[in-house]
Design a binder for this molecule. Structure first.
Ligand SMILES: [Zn+2]
Ligand SMILES: [Zn+2]
Length: 277
């Protein structure tokens, strides 16, 4: 089986992607058709939590206030009633907001929750508008904090899948500051909590489409995850039907090299493993 769970029914541009045009049966059908072409049977959507007004109960960042326009329950009802897709959500780990986010998530019947870190404090890792790298912190500090929080996100128990686990590398070493030496010392900061939590860790092809031009996570990170025995969840983080399953050949080759033969599959927040293929 192949999966694509971390999928968005629309690009991130808020004004250009209103729910009434993108959260529709016809749009979901385009994604299903593209998945079928790629041989992806298990397909789910995971819209950004901050596109929904309920997220403002958790965090009040300017981006969230700008983006929170749709109703979360209407999204859930739409996916269940009008599509054959699994119902997921991409929820951010917001330190200090854990209880409120946990409550928001537990109140809906998701098949799975994808947990992400896009911001360290108020600074964004992958969005130049709120760029963390222009705020004066050293790369050592940003990377250490990021991986500390990643471990906390895993340990929080709120999430089923740890998304794009080394997103901190988004801009690559040329466009932004980059720490010296072997990055495994940063991965190690998160790894104990990841191992203990048993959370599924995402292998995402999205990084190949970003400035860094690599899979998320780096091979060395994935090796540590495989050693720890955590299951792997495979996704493209597509925001268009065309990006569904994109570059899966590279992801599958890496999984084969590391001896990973199964993928995590989710239903109503239960997990099982299915052979890859
Ligand atoms: Zn994300
Ligand atoms: Zn995403």
């Amino acid at each position: 089986m192949l999966t694509d769970y971390h999928v968005h029914l629309r690009p991130d541009h808020v004004e250009a992607t209103p729910a009434e045009r993108y959260l529709t049966a016809a749009n979901a059908e385009r994604y299903r058709a593209s998945a079928t072409e790629c041989g992806i049977e298990e397909l789910g959507v995971a819209e950004h939590v901050y596109r929904f007004t309920q997220a403002l109960e958790v965090w009040q960042h300017e981006l969230w206030r700008h983006s929170a326009r749709d109703d979360l329950d209407a999204y859930c009802a739409f996916v269940r009633a009008e599509t054959d897709l699994k119902l997921g959500i991409e929820a951010d780990f917001i330190p200090g907001g854990e209880d409120r986010m946990a409550e928001l998530l537990a109140a809906r019947d998701f098949d799975y929750v994808v947990g992400s870190i896009h911001f360290v404090g108020d600074g964004a890792l992958d969005y130049d508008r709120y760029d963390i790298w222009s705020a004066g912190s050293s790369p050592e500090k940003v990377w250490s904090t990021y991986f500390e929080w990643l471990g906390q996100a895993a340990a929080s128990g709120m999430f089923d899948i740890l998304a794009h686990p080394d997103l901190v590398k988004y801009w690559g070493p040329v466009q932004r500051p980059w720490p010296e030496g072997d990055p495994r010392r940063f991965y190690a900061i998160a790894m104990e909590a990841i191992a203990e939590s048993g959370i599924a860790v995402e292998l995402s092809t999205a990084g190949l489409r970003k400035p860094v031009g690599e899979l998320y996570p780096a091979r060395a990170f994935l090796e540590m995850v495989v050693d720890a025995g955590n299951p792997i969840a495979l996704s493209s983080d597509a925001h268009t039907p065309e990006d569904l399953g994109r570059d899966y050949d590279q992801a599958l080759a890496l999984l084969a090299e590391l001896g990973v033969g199964e993928l995590a599959v989710f239903e109503r927040r239960g997990r099982r493993l299915e052979p890859i293929g």
